[in-house]
Every structure is written in C-alpha cells, then in structure tokens.
Design a protein. Structure first.
Length: 298
C-alpha cells in the first residue's frame, strides 16, 4: 500500500540546470529522485523516473528556500524519517527541511494557492564574493527604490502579463493574479518579493529587468506601465540573471509543514557599510517616456 509524501525542499541552484529532469544534465529533480529510488525502489512495472512533482519548475541557476515536492512511497519508511534519510543521500546543495504524509488527491502543484519569489540585488560600487551566488550585482548606477516600488505596486491584481512571458510557454493564456508585492532597501541591498497564484515562464526575471531600468532612470514609470499593460513583449528585452532569484515559499489552503520549515527561510542579507554607485545623470522622465513611445530604450 502506498502513501503520498510531501517534502519541503531547499536548494542552491547554481550548478543545476533547473528543477526538471533533462537528459544528460544535472537537475534537482534527477538528484532527488535518485535518492528517493535508492530508499524506496519501485515495483518492476512502475517507471522510476518522473515520480516526483514540484510546485514550480525553477529555471537553471534559480534557488529555492521552500520548494514543495510530492511523491508516492511504496515502502515501510515512515514520513518523519524521510527528511533525514534523504539528506544523507543528497548532494550538499539540496536539503529537505520537512516531510509529511498527505492525502492521495493532494498535489504539490495543483493544490497550491500561491507561490512567492524573492529577488535580491546588490547595488554597490564593489562586488561581494559571498553575495555573488545569490544576488544580481548592479554597480553602474544607484537604484532609486521609490519609483521601482510604485511601478511594482501597480501589478497587484488580475492582469494579462504577456509582456513578461518568455517564448516557449505551454500555458493557454498569460493572465494571472498578483496578490502581494514588497520592495525593501537596506543599505546597498534591495529585496523584491512578489506573490501570485501562478507565474508565467520567465516572468519574474523579465519583470526585474524592467524594474531595474526604472530604478536607473533608463525608462520612466509611464513607460514601464505602457509596456506591460499593452503587452509589448518585443520591448521587454533584458531578463535579470537567475542567481538573484529564489522561490521563497509555496502556500496551500491548509498549511502542511511546521512554520519554521517553510516560511521565510531565505535569510535577508545585510551589510554594515554602504557604498552605492553614483546617481544616474540621465534620469529625465520626459526623455524616457519619449523613448518608450518610440519603441526604444534610452
């Protein structure tokens, strides 16, 4: 008799080609399934690959602090032993923080009510070796947090976000509901969070690229608004790099993990001193707006 196990999984995505299994490439799913299969071999007639299902398919280089995965266990291992058993067999870049039994109809992806991501930017003149794997270093110009926050706040609600969808998506439409957003700046570090019922393929990284353009004064808030409201995907050309992005947590109608295992497990980085880049000289909203209307980024 099988039982369904839900896992809360953390991983450093630096050396993985994303969550989803790919032939000949290192992925989080392949590593996790190998450990699961070693502990719980499937009966001969069942396919050992593709037995785990995640709440979201993170891209290559993207991290997770609270990814949720489920699989069906056919052996005698109790749920409360799965986290320790898997951690003893997984690479150091993947850790299971909790494991619980869930009802058979429950699904890590389809039962989720929201996903929340955090993007971290180091906006300093100087690089930082210890932040480099988990942030985007923007050193050219100082980012103005207030216009970025205003632009971000306008995304809350149900909208068509086709402007922030990469090619290759299998979704039948590009509408989703953004529930919450948050932007905080402490010294040289910006933390930007976005929570939605679902995300389009590449949505957060394309969005972050546009927000940085607003913060540096390369485009105006009006230009940002025009691009996403009019679904001008051809004008959204810069995607933020993957290492600054982390799947913070996944929410369900009824929480299934202990709070400490899944809620806000990504540390907020803090530096004692600050040395921001210079303020951008070309920060004219009128210039940015004219360039936006012309279809060009200044």
């Amino acid at each position: 008799m099988s039982q369904r196990i839900a896992l809360c999984v953390q991983y450093d995505g630096s050396h993985f080609c994303g969550w989803q299994r790919q032939d000949g490439k290192p992925t989080v799913q392949a590593s996790l399934e190998q450990a699961i299969n070693n502990l719980d071999p499937l009966p001969g007639e069942l396919e050992p690959t593709g037995r785990s299902f995640a709440a979201g398919r993170t891209d290559a280089g993207v991290h997770a602090a609270g990814q949720v995965v489920h699989f069906d266990c056919h052996g005698p291992i109790p749920a409360d032993r799965w986290a320790a058993a898997l951690n003893g067999r997984l690479p150091a870049s993947i850790r299971v923080s909790a494991a619980v039994v869930v009802d058979a109809p429950w699904h890590a992806c389809f039962s989720a009510s929201y996903r929340r991501y955090r993007y971290t930017i180091l906006n300093s003149r100087r690089p930082n070796l210890f932040l480099a794997p988990f942030s985007w270093h923007r050193y050219q110009w100082q980012l103005e947090a207030e216009p970025m926050a205003r632009a971000l706040n306008e995304l809350v609600g149900t909208h068509d976000f086709a402007a922030f969808q990469k090619a290759g998506s299998s979704r039948s439409h590009s509408r989703t509901t953004v529930e919450e957003v948050d932007l905080q700046r402490e010294g040289d570090i910006l933390s930007i969070e976005i929570q939605a019922t679902g995300f389009l393929y590449g949505m957060v990284r394309l969005l972050m690229g546009q927000l940085v353009a607003v913060g540096e004064g390369r485009i105006s808030e009006a230009c940002f608004r025009k691009r996403w409201q009019e679904c001008q995907r051809q004008e959204v050309k810069e995607a933020a790099p993957p290492q600054g992005l982390c799947l913070l947590r996944v929410g369900y109608p009824q929480p299934i993990f202990p709070l400490a295992a899944w809620y806000d497990c990504l540390p907020r980085y803090r530096l004692e001193t600050s040395e921001p880049p210079p303020v951008a000289r070309l920060n004219s909203s009128s210039l940015s707006t004219r360039s936006c209307i012309a279809g060009q980024t200044p």
